[in-house]
Design a protein around this ligand. Sequence first.
Ligand code: HEC
Length: 377
Amino acid sequence: MRNLLIILAAALTITARAQTVELKQTQPEVFSTTNCIGCHGQSAMGGLGPPIAQTKLTREEFLTIVRQGKGMMPGSPVADLSDEKLDQIYTQVGDMPYVESQIPVAFKVASMLTTKSVMRIFLAVFAFAAVAALWGIRYWLRCAGLKELMPHIVKFGVLKSLWIVMKSFVVDGLLVKSLWQTNKFRWFMHGLMLYGMLGLLLADILLSISNPSRGDLDLTNPLKILPIVSGIALFTGVIYVMYRYKRDPYIDNGLTLGKDFLFVNLLLHTMISGFLTVTFNRMGLTGWIMTIYIYHLASITLLIGTAPFTRFQHAWVVPLMISLTRLTEAVTAGKVSLGFEREPSPGRHHKSERIVASVFAELGPEYSDDFNMRYYP
Ligand code: HEC
């Protein structure tokens, strides 16, 4: 009986071997020799990437994804992986058994990081930040006396008011006129950050329209150049601000230093992790990509999620407050409402201005006209 079993076992082993040999003869094992297994697992049941055994993708779709990459998966150019090999991989992967129980835990974590779920996470964080930001804006509008100003705006002309506000958004907000007038160098450094950030935002919007699967793009592609140049600008600006935190004794206004610093730091981490992600992806450092990518996503999530509470909010509060200041000035100059300059005074700007003027006059005649009022959180 025992001997019989041994013979049976031996026979089974031989048949199994013969089958493997047969398989190998018709189809050389390619998949296990590629870097795909680093992310999709030895048995193609997933690792940090999804399972691709029994893939439902057509040959065309499969080839496109592998050539161009997708999300965090780097593309493989023909130089690294011939068309022939890729074809074999497709056939092989399609034939490999789909074993649910073999899907690793790592993938269950990583599956939260596909292009689609990242999009969802960001939408949620963004929605939260937007609601919190609106709540904050409500506070500032109340401080600015918008409610009291309203009836006078109607008399002054709603369209004219809108025009003044829009103009101020461009001149004071987008072009940052006040900084241009006080210090051209600081304006430039601030511009690196402001326009760098806008460039990144624009690139991201354009990319999600023209390249939703986030495949690899040529480095000479305008949609690649724009974010890289914007990123370098933003990075330079952030480094300069970090330097100022060390050197400028007046940077601490005594109120918001912690929030300012948090904003700049999160910006720095977002930039560094972003550059590392792109570089590692290009270099094909597959073992590190996911870790760095998670670091990058965490930085962005924190940056956006905390935006309404950090110095980030100056990006919308300051332009809003300046535009209201301009509007109040125009309404005052327009003399549409008698008593506007007296109590009860809507938009307290001109009153505050008078107070500041008198304080400066106390300091000496040379100061009397030399001030510029700004409101910001
Ligand atoms: C750095 C890790 C990594 C490497 C290396 C990698 N992949 Fe991927 N792959 C992924 C990730 C992550 C996804 C999911 C992308 C997404 O949906 O955002 C993916 C998706 C895919 C898909 C699409 C799956 C689907 O159903 O949508 C295919 C097909 C694929 N990879 C094949 C390959 C092949 C073939 C190779 C080797 C030439 C390879 N991958 C190398 C990480 C990798």
